[in-house]
Every structure is written in C-alpha cells, then in structure tokens.
Ligand binder design. Structure first.
Ligand SMILES: Nc1nc2c(c(=O)[nH]1)N[C@H]1C(S)=C(S)[C@@H](COP(=O)(O)OP(=O)(O)OC[C@H]3O[C@@H](n4cnc5c(=O)[nH]c(N)nc54)[C@H](O)[C@@H]3O)O[C@H]1N2
Ligand SMILES: Nc1nc2c(c(=O)[nH]1)N[C@H]1C(S)=C(S)[C@@H](COP(=O)(O)OP(=O)(O)OC[C@H]3O[C@@H](n4cnc5c(=O)[nH]c(N)nc54)[C@H](O)[C@@H]3O)O[C@H]1N2
Ligand SMILES: [Mo]
Length: 763
C-alpha cells in the first residue's frame, strides 16, 4: 500500500491512487506514468456532485398509465421509490415483456464505455443478466468507434484486432519509421484513453523519439492539433471526407511515374487489374489524377504530386484516425489506405505499411499481455435478431422494416423494452431530436446511471448506481501490463447500489438468482476472475501472487508477448505458409465478395463516392464533431477538468478567422450552431488551428434542452449531436456517421439560458 495512505484505482484514462483528505477527494496519477492524463482531475468534484442520482426514480406518466409510447418522456416528473418497491415493479415488467413477447421484446445492446473495472463492467453485467434471466435480448453489433472499419477490414486484410492492435507498435515507430502520413492525425488527447485502463501514456515520448531520429510527419486533416507539436508535422488541409480522393490522386502519381512496388502488388495482393482500371479511368472514363483530386479535396495538384513523390523508397507508415470512417462512405478511406500502403510495399515491415487506428486509443501500438484477464461470462443469448449499433432510432421508429448489412437483408426487430446500463445514447447517437422521438415509442425504458444524463431523464425507471470509486474491482486491459487492484475509495452516494447488486435482486425476483450469481458476491467474483490470471502465471513458472497478495500490493505487472508484427509480418515473410484470413489469402484490392453484394454505396474496390451531405447556402460550414480533450465522451462532464474548459458554462467551438469575420464572431462570443436537424449554443474560439470552411465542436457536453416540451428544442450547452445526421456509412457496415455534418453559425444575442443539465430533475 502506498505510504501516503492513498489507495490504488484505475480508469479508462489512467491508473491512479486516491483517497479522502479533509472531506475532499485527492487523485494522484501512477508514479510510473510519464505523461499523466488531466482527465483524472474530473473525479474530485464529480464524486459528490448534485448531478449524481441519489434514489430510485420512476417517471410519473409511466406509473400512472403503465408501459407504452409516451410523448412526455424527457419532459415529465419523477417519483422517488424505495428499492424494494422499484425492484418489484421492474421485475414484474420484465416478466410481462418476457411472457408476452419473449426475450426478443427486449433491447439489451446497452452500448457504452461504462467504467474500467472488469467485473462491474455494466454491459457485461446487463448482458449476463438478460441471458440468464430472460434467455437473451436483441443485441447490437460493432461500435460507434469503428463501425465501418470493423466490417470492411476482415474482407480486405484480416480480423480487425489482428491488423490494428498487433501490427506496427510505438516501439517500432520510435526506432524505424522514416515517414508517417497520418490521416486525421494521432491526437494525444485520444491515445490517452483506453478501455480497461492505461498505466503509461507513452505515445508522446514515442513520437518525439521518432522525430528526433529524423522521422517526418505529414498530417492530413482539418485541425492542426491532431498531431502534437513534438512531431513538427507538415499540415495538409483538405476538405473533410475527401481523403479517398486524395489517396486516389497519390496512387495515380505512383502509377504514372512508376513509383509503386510492383513486386509487392504481385506477390501479396489480389485485384490490381480491377483497381488499376478504375484508378486510370479505364473502367469509368475518369482518370484519378492529381488534377481530378485537387478540386474535390480543396488543395492543389502540385501538393498531391509532391506528397506522392515523397512516399516511396523509405519506411513509410500510413495511419488513419477512426474519425475518417465515422462518416458517409466511411469504408472507402479505410480500404483505399490499405491499397496505397500496398503500392508502397512496406506492409509487414517493422514500423512500416498501414496501421489503421494507431494513436486513436491507448491500446493500439502496444504489446499484448501473455496471460489473460478473465471477463464476466455472458451466458447464452438465444435471440438471433441484432442491429448494427448505430441503427437504434431506425429500429425503434421502423420495426419490421428491412435493412441491408454486410451482404444480408435483415429486418428491424419489434422491441418493447429497452434496458441501458453503462452507456449514454444522448451522448453517442446522432440527430438527438430523432432519438427522442424513437425513445418515446418504446413501452418501457430502464436506465442504470451514476448521474442524471439526458438518457436517464428520458427513462421510465432510473436506478442509481455506484461510480467506480465506490466499489472494488480489477483494472486490466489486454495491451497494458499493469493489473490494478482497484480499491474502494469512498462510500456509495445516496442510496446508489452496484449494477451487480441490482441485477442480483432482480434475478432473485425472477427466480434465477443462483444462475446469475453462481453464489458469489462481488469479492467472490473478483477472486474468481483473478484466479485465471494467477493460474496462467503459475503455468508459465512466473511469480503468481495469491489474491490477498495482489490486493495488498495494489498492482501486479503481467508478462507481455514479444513485439512480433502479427499476422501481417508472418504473411510478408511467407505468404504461402501464412496466408491472410481473407477469401483470397491476400490483401484484397478488389473484393469479389463485396462486389457480389451489389451495393451502389460500396463497390468491389475502393472508390470515390461523393457524399450526399454537402454544404449549401443555408448550411455552408462543415462541422467536425470529434472527441473531447477534457473528458471521456460525456463522462463527468460536470467534473472540474471538463468544467474549467467551458466558457460561461458552454462548450467551446473553434472557427477560423476567415469564417468568423464575416459573421461578426469574436473569441468569447456565444454562438448558435444550426442546421435542418437542430441547433445548439456554444462559446466561440477564433483560431487558425482550424481550416477555413470548418467549425469544430467536440462531443460530450450534456444535452440541455431549453424547453423540454418542444419536440426538438435548442441545446443551450453545446451537444453537437443535435446537428449530426442519423444515416449509416453504407449498406455494407451501417456504421455511425457522427463525425461530420454541415451547419451554419451565428452570433447569439438573446438572453443566455441557464445550464440545467447538471441539476437533478424536479420530482
Ligand atoms: N457526433 C459524434 N458522436 C459520437 C462520436 C463522434 O465522433 N462524433 N464518437 C462516438 C464514439 S467513438 C463512441 S465510443 C461513443 C461513446 O458513447 P458512450 O460510451 O455511450 O459515452 P460515455 O459518456 O462514455 O457513456 C458511458 C455512460 O456510462 C455511465 N457509467 C459509467 N460507469 C458506470 C457503471 O458502472 N454503471 C452504469 N450503469 N453506468 C456507468 C456514465 O455515467 C456514462 O453516462 O460516442 C460516439 N458518438
Ligand atoms: N480525450 C478523449 N480521448 C478519447 C475519447 C474521448 O472521448 N476523449 N474517445 C475514445 C474513443 S471511444 C475513440 S473511438 C477514439 C476516437 O478516435 P477518433 O475517431 O480518431 O477521434 P476524433 O477526435 O473524433 O477524430 C480525430 C480527428 O480526425 C479529424 N477528422 C475528422 N474528419 C476528418 C476527415 O474527413 N479527414 C481527415 N483527414 N481528418 C478528419 C478531426 O480533426 C479529428 O480531430 O478516441 C478515444 N480517445
Ligand atoms: Mo469510440
């Protein structure tokens, strides 16, 4: 135990020690972390903030009228309840839906990041609960993070995790990469976060080491700070969502000037004939020259040519932020970057080729642990129906309607009850006016939350849960060597209970407690989970501390695999012995399988498909709605670190001087961002770090409707998802397209409405 009396704990944004001193929470980063994350400082004010939920609550309209569609969701009073009452009520409602509609009447996808502990991981809890008590639930597949790349990667290169997590490492970059072409950059704010926890933030140091060795960085994207200053990057601004056209222009130069690696293409890829026919315009009459690409991208043909000539003949690495594929036709840049990298012939070499998502989260570019961490077993889900995760509003608004997904024609299930624990759809989903309408259709919405998020405010049954600091857990990520004994730092807030305790109580009422809990309490599960790791350590002949020793020490260092290069290295070394797990065993520049799906919005090869969401006279600006620097998504938006970055309580939006001046906007002005879907307020920051034609408003400010009685009210706080579009990337993946949309911005001159998102609803 630490000499200062603070206890170890972990979060998605860093490992730390914490404790109460004079009634105030103190949080100190792990001493071995070279570059701790400021987000840790959201904890102190958050712990006892009034935004926390103190007691179980049930919406008045639901109590009075029972389950059913209700326009008052999100604009109704709540009634306090005792735990035993609310648990009886909810168990009864679950039994009703199960008996009348079967488990397929329940949507339990419950997408979201929850907290870092591996046992109290809310999604695992809710999934296990629904499987063991009801026999299953309608689930969601893929993620908001990587909706398009998750689906296309296996068709073209191999399993997502294999080609993204175990390929090029930061160690290789520091030592071997000569040239990094970073689409969307590798912002440190992003790689400072990783699911399950991160003990050492090493990305800044690795980029600096590469730069000191002479590695050159080129950033392609709308924001200068998508690469840290340490990289001394050249910044190429192109119109958002035109990267595919740029890459095609680069590829054309490589062919026209005979600069591409023919041997690599011949030995390791399939489909060059079809792809090059498209590139050269033989198949569609349009050669994808720099002159063709330049006006699409808003750059010059000269800039494209110069960049293309710098790529070959060195250890080049192409990286791509997740953001590029969180946009219409998001599959295309993911695929085209693979083709471009194949043409440069560096795939599979240390520090070279293509590492999609390197720098997007802390778990890319790291070694993998050599021993496992157990996860809570999920049980069997008997329900076959699912949705691609970002199709939630479509599902609720259009039950029974058909949709395309990855070569299948499916139908939206008919969901009655939605159960959410550990996620915030009013953070993560697009077109929040439409999401509100969708949630008003369901019969019952149940939410477990630590705080009064907009999702909780739209729920019928709201159950207060402990936050991570109020319980014990094990912190672990498969790409971080430190396993953390997360000690309990504080007593639960109000009447909050662990998700697990709540599910045990419900399982008991449904006659399934034994199956759900297997007779273990939380400590019992932690011992059970730890035992998997201890056994694996012992099998390897390594020191294998008992659970008590682990708990007392507060952490153990796990052994890791060598930095081996993964399946791409093996494939390069011997493509016959180690083919890629794609249909052809090679990198697919053309995919017969995808071509066979016959989609107009995702062809058999990567292609420039113009987006439908283009600026107009009424909505002339592109909005970049990216990840926030001061928090993880919407978590602890009311914490000190997040609040300190706001101005007059509003989220800060950045705009280039060239766009600000004609609108009379100055730094510090309150502005209104608006488009056909909605509007929100923000505080303007005029900055040359944003390219012209673009405004940037990060996600995560809590949805704060000025008048909740309106169908689609103004958000007075700055949640960009009131503006974004709720359409899938394409028929292939149906991923979220939340990163980009179009809007207009004007100075807001009215009376500034108060922020109410962090005050509990009246009831
Ligand atoms: N416009 C736009 N939208 C986006 C994106 C974008 O780029 N642009 N990015 C998308 C991406 S990549 C993602 S991953 C999503 C993230 O979306 P989410 O993962 O839904 O966002 P979080 O704010 O992390 O939500 C986690 C919620 O879980 C709660 N919570 C934490 N711990 C516990 C617990 O132990 N139990 C329970 N019951 N609850 C808990 C928190 O209070 C919080 O409300 O957002 C997506 N949305
Ligand atoms: N601090 C913090 N870190 C996080 C998160 C967080 O909420 N907070 N969320 C985590 C999660 S769940 C995920 S999935 C990752 C997300 O990782 P990403 O999706 O990669 O992160 P973003 O910040 O949304 O986007 C990165 C940058 O891409 C640029 N960009 C946007 N559109 C385009 C385009 O069309 N072309 C080009 N070239 N660039 C473009 C934007 O300038 C943006 O800043 O981040 C993780 N890290
Ligand atoms: Mo994500």
């Amino acid at each position: 135990m630490a000499p200062d009396g603070l206890l170890p704990h972990s979060s998605h944004w860093g490992v730390f020690r914490a404790g109460m001193r004079d009634g105030k929470l103190v949080v100190v980063p792990h001493p071995d972390d070279p570059d701790p994350n400021g987000i840790l400082q959201n904890f102190p004010d958050a712990l006892r903030h009034e935004a926390r939920i103190a007691k179980p609550m049930v919406r008045k309209g639901w109590l009075e009228r029972g389950p059913g569609a209700d326009q008052r969701r999100g604009n109704d009073d709540f009634v306090e309840m005792e735990w035993h009452q609310v648990l009886d009520l909810l168990a009864g409602e679950l039994a009703r839906v199960r008996d009348q509609h079967g488990p397929q009447g329940v949507f339990g996808g419950s997408y979201g990041w929850s907290s870092a502990g591996r046992f109290h991981h809310a999604q695992s809890q809710v999934h296990r609960f629904l499987n063991t008590t009801l026999g299953g639930y309608v689930r969601s597949v893929n993620s908001y993070s990587a909706g398009a790349s998750n689906v296309i990667m296996p068709h073209i290169m191999g399993p997502f995790e294999d080609v993204t997590r175990n390929a090029v490492s930061w160690e290789q970059v520091a030592k071997q990469t000569d040239f990094i072409l970073a689409f969307g950059g590798m912002a440190l704010k992003n790689s400072m976060v990783g699911g399950g926890g991160v003990s050492q933030h090493s990305e800044r140091g690795s980029m600096l080491a590469a730069r000191r060795r002479g590695c050159e960085f080129v950033l392609v994207g709308p924001l200068r700070d998508d690469l840290p200053a340490e990289c001394e990057a050249e910044w190429l601004t192109i119109t958002p969502n035109t990267d595919t056209a740029l890459m095609l222009g680069l590829a054309h130069v490589l062919v026209a000037e005979n600069l591409y690696d023919r041997d690599f293409i011949a030995r390791y890829t399939t489909g060059w004939a079809q792809f090059s026919a498209y590139l050269l315009g033989e198949s569609d009459g349009v050669a994808k020259t720099p002159e063709w690409a330049a006006p699409i991208c808003g750059t010059t043909a000269e800039a494209i040519r110069t960049l293309a000539r710098r790529l070959p003949g060195k250890r080049s690495l192409i990286t791509m932020a997740h953001s590029l594929q969180r946009a219409e036709h998001g599959e295309q840049p993911v695929w085209m970057a693979a083709v471009l990298a194949a043409m440069l012939g560096q795939i599979g070499l240390p520090g070279g080729g293509y590492n999609y998502a390197l720098g997007a989260l802390s778990h890319y570019g790291k070694r993998t642990n050599a021993v496992p961490t157990a996860a809570l077993p999920q049980g069997q889900n008997r329900v076959k129906e699912f949705i691609p995760v970002a199709r939630i509003s479509d599902m609720l608004l259009q039950p029974g309607q058909p949709f395309d997904y990855n070569g299948q024609r499916l139908a939206y299930p008919e969901v009655r009850l939605v159960y959410w624990a550990g996620g915030n759809p009013f953070h993560h989903h697009q077109d929040l006016g439409r999401l509100r309408a969708a949630f008003r259709q369901v019969e019952t919405l149940v939410v477990h939350e630590i705080a009064w998020t907009a999702t909780a405010r739209h729920a019928d049954i709201v159950l207060p849960v402990t936050m991570t600091l109020e319980r014990e857990d094990i912190g672990s990520a498969s790409t971080d060597p430190l396993m953390v004994a997360m000690h309990r730092i504080a007593a639960p807030f109000g009447e909050a209970r662990d998700d697990y305790t709540i599910f045990c109580a419900l399982a008991e009422r449904l006659g399934k407690l034994e199956v759900f809990s297997e007779g273990r309490n939380a400590r019992g599960w932690l011992r059970w989970m730890y035992e998997k790791t201890r056994e694996a350590l012992a099998t390897k002949g390594l020191e294998a501390p008992s659970f008590e020793q682990f708990w007392e020490r507060g952490e153990i260092l796990l052994p890791q695999q060598p930095d081996h290069g993964g399946i791409l290295r093996d494939f390069r070394d011997d493509p016959v012995e180690h083919p890629l797990p794609t249909p052809s065993g090679r990198i697919e520049l053309y995919s017969e399988k995808i071509a066979g799906f016959g989609y107009a919005d995702c062809l058999g090869h990567p292609a420039w498909l113009p987006p439908s969401d283009l600026p107009t006279a009424a909505e002339p600006l592109r909005l970049v709605a990216n990840q926030p620097a001061t928090r993880l998504h919407s978590q602890f938006d009311f914490g000190g670190h997040s609040s300190a970055a706001k101005r007059r309580g509003r989220e800060v939006m950045r705009i280039n001087p060239a766009d600000a001046a004609p609108r009379g906007i100055a730094t510090g002005d309150i502005v209104r961002l608006f488009n056909a879907r909605g509007a929100c307020l923000a505080s303007a920051e005029v900055s040359t770090d944003v390219m012209t034609g673009v405004v940037q408003l990060p996600t995560g400010a809590w949805y704060d409707p000025e008048d909740p009685a309106e169908a689609n009210p103004l958000c007075v706080h700055g949640n960009p998802n009131v503006l974004t579009r709720d359409v899938g990337t394409s028929s292939l993946a149906q991923g979220s397209t939340g990163q980009l949309t179009c809007c207009e911005v004007e100075r807001f001159t009215g009376n500034l409405p108060p922020i109410r998102a962090f005050s509990p609803p009246v009831g």
